[in-house]
Write a protein that binds this ligand. Sequence first.
Ligand code: IYR
Length: 230
Amino acid sequence: MSTEDIIEPGVVWEPLEFTEFNAEDMRNRACEFREEITRRRTVREFSDKPVDRQVIEDCLIAAGSAPSGANLQPWHFAVVTDPDIKRQIRLAAETEEREFYAGRAPGEWLKALAPLGTDADKSFLEKAPVLIGIFAERHGHLPDGSRVKHYYVPESVGIASGFLIAALHHAGLATLTHTPSPMGFMSKIMGRPDNEKPYILLVAGYPSPDCKIPRAARNKKPLPAFTSWL
Ligand code: IYR
């Protein structure tokens, strides 16, 4: 606590550290970030080149700084690099995905996916160096075991996941936001408790040297199609 802190019942206020940029710098920063983030592409063909653990940890710290309901940070990130565990995850995901593509998915869903060229082959789950199981804590626990209610859980975990994807991209890594369906197997294989709901299986690493991506995924709505100014 610094000497500038103001203490009131229930809250300690501290001064905000804020960097204000001049108008030109701000425009440049917005434009540079837009260019960097819009270069991100979802990748499904990964190389097995390992990734520095420190890089993943820094990106996770960035994710953990996300805003969340009542600042309760209702997320857990399970990082998997062990080849045996990756193999178990691949086998379990492919079992579900084979059923998904062979009939569980409604025709309309398969039609929507067709331009992306996805299928039940999930070999990237073994090949990529890092899998990050993202879990949403439906509720938390105090040290004495009693329940703590969480708020805006999907929103909070979604924002943290977005931070993580942006941080990994910024560091120079490719990602895949994989949503195997259903994903209950993630809890079992990654040893996560019942209060955590599997949310996303994020794949991270380098793209394979001959990586191809579907052109259709480049189609992004133009600004007027998804914004309004009042
Ligand atoms: N889970 C399947 C299907 C799939 C669903 C959506 I929505 C996608 O954006 C991509 C794929 C799979 O991973 O192949």
